[in-house]
Design a binder for this molecule. Structure first.
Ligand SMILES: Cc1cc2nc3c(=O)[nH]c(=O)nc-3n(C[C@H](O)[C@H](O)[C@H](O)COP(=O)(O)OP(=O)(O)OC[C@H]3O[C@@H](n4cnc5c(N)ncnc54)[C@H](O)[C@@H]3O)c2cc1C
Length: 436
């Protein structure tokens, strides 16, 4: 195995993998590596999400510019990639419901954002409750957005396939390798793996998901920022509910200023149904169980109290939201009740199996506010992607192409051939589209 790399990416999630996919297609003579602590790619958030390929109607074009743009192009890109590789992808749409007059106003705002973010009249329509009843008789609501340009996919399969492509183009994947120390050296970075093995790289990309903030801090970047972790839990619906609706149903969130939504009624790409996710505050990016959360409770609390997160924790609305979410974690009925508001047929006792929980790490700034968009930080030999949250999986291909282009244009990492073919696309054509 090579010990010296031109470029190393920390994180084998959908983001790090997509970046390696483009970098290795464009740079045939460079040594490129991905470091992943788990036994496979997409073991954490990328393999533990709702699996939706989101149309960008939920994203304020001013505040979530990068996410919205990447999501808009993501739909087409995943469709093309899925076709090429024969991977599951369904254009099954989504319905977003409003349960009261306040919610209808929010839907009107979403419709406006959708158009600003590039959706066309045929992609999305606002319907009143009678129109919705005709297509989804079990749904109870006052009004709804019927979003046709939305899909379902299996992001674990996408990530695994991209990693295979990436390896075929020369990327080395270092699995079961946790980055335990990063040290600046004259020619780049020394990276210590699992406390013992050393590798070296001229340039470093941090796509470490829930640990991206810690890694940025380790190299002296983003010191005024911190992150808070939220576990999104799911319950699997019994098969008798599989035909309750034709489409996945989202509802206008109760607290739209926070970076997560209320639990949905989900139809996955394999046709199974679930409810979720909620957003329970936890103390680690891997806080799936009590042991990990207990271990990380004290250090994370101390970190949050000494940062902008302190203001968020003591904010009354945040506390109300957190209590609500904790309640829906402790009580299955509370969770089901949140979906029953718009799908009254479902009964809590019929949900007997939990789904796979995933954790999002949201960045809070020094003023105690949640940062809405992805944050890009760099120094002369490293580049860090923070706050890469929903719809991060949808936008992963488009956003990664943007990162690779950004590295090239800024001179941080010059790629060899911007015209190279990358699967179904020519890289330069993706960049042209992103600029439109
Ligand atoms: C509950 C939930 C539902 C979501 N639903 C959707 C959806 O429907 N559609 C959508 O588009 N998006 C969705 N998202 C968002 C999407 O899943 C994420 O934006 C995306 O998966 C982030 O990918 P990533 O590669 O940045 O992170 P990750 O998948 O977490 O990958 C980061 C990787 O870095 C590795 N790593 C970290 N630190 C180290 C270290 N020190 N050494 C070695 N390796 C390290 C980790 O092991 C991990 O594998 C959802 C997110 C959540 C939490």
């Amino acid at each position: 195995m090579t010990k010296n790399f031109d470029i190393l990416i920390i994180g084998g999630g959908i983001l790090g993998t997509s970046i390696s996919y483009f970098l290795s297609s464009l740079n045939k003579s460079k040594s490129i590596g991905v470091i992943e602590q788990s036994e496979n790619v997409a073991v954490h958030t990328s393999g533990r999400n709702t699996g939706k390929v989101h149309a960008p109607y939920l994203y304020n074009p001013e505040k979530k510019k990068l996410f919205a743009k990447a999501a808009f192009h993501g739909y087409e890109m995943w469709e093309q990639y899925a076709k090429l590789k024969n991977l599951p992808f369904k254009k099954d749409g989504v319905i977003e419901v409003a349960l009261d007059q306040k919610g209808i106003k929010v839907l009107e705002k979403y419709l406006k954002w959708a158009k600003q973010n590039g959706l066309e009249d045929s992609d999305i329509e606002l319907m009143d409750k009678n129109e919705i009843k005709k297509i989804e008789p079990e749904i109870q609501c006052e009004s709804a957005l019927n979003v046709h340009r939305d899909g379902s996919a299996d992001y674990s399969k996408f990530t695994e396939s991209l990693m295979d492509d990436s390896k075929n183009s020369g990327t080395q994947v270092l699995l079961n390798s946790k980055v335990t120390e990063i040290k600046k050296e004259e020619q780049g970075w020394k990276i210590v793996l699992n406390y013992e093995k050393e590798v070296f790289t001229k340039f470093l990309i941090n796509a470490a998901g829930g640990e991206a903030m810690d890694i940025a801090h380790d190299v002296g970047l983003g010191e005024k920022l911190t992150d808070v972790h939220f576990r999104g839990e799911y319950w699997k619906a019994p098969t008798e509910y599989n035909s309750l609706t034709k489409t996945s149903i989202y509802s206008v969130p109760e607290f739209p200023d926070y970076p997560f939504l209320d639990p949905h009624w989900i139809i996955r790409v394999d046709d199974s149904c679930e409810i979720g996710p909620n957003a329970v505050p936890v103390f680690s990016p891997y806080g799936y169980d009590k042991t990990e959360n207990f271990k990380e409770f004290l250090p994370k609390m101390l970190e949050m109290l000494g940062s902008g997160a302190r203001k968020a924790i003591f904010d009354k609305q945040f506390q109300e939201l957190a209590m609500n979410e904790i309640q829906s974690s402790m009580s299955k009925s509370s969770m089901v009740e949140r979906v029953r508001r718009f799908l009254p047929k479902i009964e809590p006792e019929k949900f007997t199996e939990k789904g796979t929980a995933g954790i999002r790490s949201s960045v809070i700034n020094e003023n105690g506010k949640f940062e809405p968009d992805v944050i890009l930080l760099n120094n002369e030999s490293s580049y860090h992607i923070l706050n890469y949250n929903s719809p991060g999986a949808t936008g992963a291909l488009a956003f990664s192409a943007h990162v690779v282009d950004n590295l090239h244009q800024s001179g941080l990492f010059k790629s060899e051939d911007l015209n190279a073919d990358c699967g179904p696309w020519k890289f330069s054509e993706i960049i042209e589209k992103l600029k439109e």
